[in-house]
Design a protein around this ligand. Structure first.
Ligand code: NAP
Length: 321
């Protein structure tokens, strides 16, 4: 077991890199598999790489750009000796210790890394509409987080896509800032809970555009509107909004752990109540991959810290450090 790393952290958003800061300062020489660049939030740095101004992360009174914040997280972890590799884990075997992690060919006979503990921080991604220019407009009128970006739309006319609790919750929050919020839903019936529906119907700033799908984004470097199509008669239209919030659900990045780590019905990793410990001793989960409720950078960072402390204690108690 001498060549097994004390801690391998899979994922490099606020949770993974906070776990790296704490475990490196605890002299555990963590290895971070940060992922590979891609156009989704499933990439080094996670969802904050796809945002612009972050104004709600404590410690930055003037705000900070999402990618800059994540570079700072990484530099802070590396300062204490965390090793960060720009690769994706392709397979894990958590059935026995040391745990086995593959990078590259998942069918290779030998794993790439052995680990005494693993911290899973692979995050989640917002489900997107997959329309052209979506990635370039994120942070420029297009958003997936009302809590993060609502403030920038004071007195603007904006829209929310979706018909579930998230869409209604986002719309209700956004109505504090915007002059009007149009909820664009593809059916004429909401999926959201009755109480959320009643609240939305009673909100004078919220309007509904039923049986409608968004088909495209207007505007050059900033969103200026969306094109739409009716799901009932196919007629097309346009809505002039400066902001569009996509709230059609989230997908946790958990496929690597299927059949090994316990998951909730919605696919998020299941941890012990109030802890980051998973069903496998020595494997911890932190950040959005196990959080379907708060989904904030600061809560992810907090749970990365918790996972690091739990991993450290686990190594001590099991005489492995
Ligand atoms: P959800 O319940 O799965 O709803 C997703 C909504 O997006 C649905 O209305 C769906 O339309 C629509 N949609 C999906 N794909 C679409 C597409 N490609 N184009 C247009 N519309 C699309 O997801 P959620 O609202 O994120 O909620 C997830 C879970 O968290 C739920 O269990 C929810 O109750 C819970 N939640 C609770 C609260 C709360 O209680 N405060 C707040 C947020 C979330 P269809 O209806 O036509 O399928």
């Amino acid at each position: 077991m001498s060549d097994a790393r004390n801690v391998v952290i899979i994922g490099s958003g606020p949770a993974g890199l906070t776990a790296a800061i704490y475990t490196s300062r605890a002299t555990l020489d963590p290895l971070v598999l940060e992922g590979e660049p891609s156009s989704t939030s499933d990439q080094p740095g996670g969802q904050l790489m796809l945002t612009t101004d972050v104004e709600n992360f404590p410690g930055f009174p003037d705000g900070i750009m999402g990618p800059e914040l994540m570079m700072n997280f990484k530099a802070q972890a590396q300062r204490f000796g965390a090793e960060v590799q720009t690769v994706k884990a392709s397979k894990v075997d958590l059935s026995e210790r040391p745990f086995k992690i593959w990078v590259g060919d998942p069918d290779a006979a030998e794993p790439t890394h052995l680990a005494k503990t693993v911290i899973v921080s692979t995050g989640a991604q917002s489900i997107m509409l997959e329309l052209p220019r979506e990635n370039e407009l994120i942070g420029h009128g297009l958003s997936t987080c009302a809590t993060c970006d609502g403030f920038f739309f004071r007195d603007h006319e904006i829209a929310v896509v979706g018909g579930g609790d998230s869409a209604l919750e986002e719309a209700s929050f956004l109505s504090r800032f915007a002059s009007k919020v149009t909820i664009i839903h593809r059916r004429d019936e909401l999926r959201a809970s009755k109480i959320m529906q009643e609240r939305a119907f009673a909100n004078p700033k919220i309007e509904f555009l039923w049986n409608t799908e968004v088909t495209g984004y207007l505007g050059d470097d900033k969103l200026a509107g969306v094109t739409t199509v009716s799901t009932t008669d196919g007629s097309t239209g346009q809505l002039d909004v400066t902001g569009l919030f996509i709230a059609i659900g989230h997908r946790p990045n958990t496929s690597l752990f299927e059949g090994q780590l316990d998951m909730k019905e919605n696919g998020y990793l299941l941890t012990q109540p109030g802890r980051t410990a998973t069903n496998i001793p020595g494997v911890f989960a932190s950040g959005d991959v196990q959080d379907d409720y708060y989904r904030q950078a600061i809560t992810a960072a907090g749970s990365g810290c918790a996972a690091a402390l739990e991993a450290e204690r686990w190594l001590e108690e099991n005489d492995e450090h």
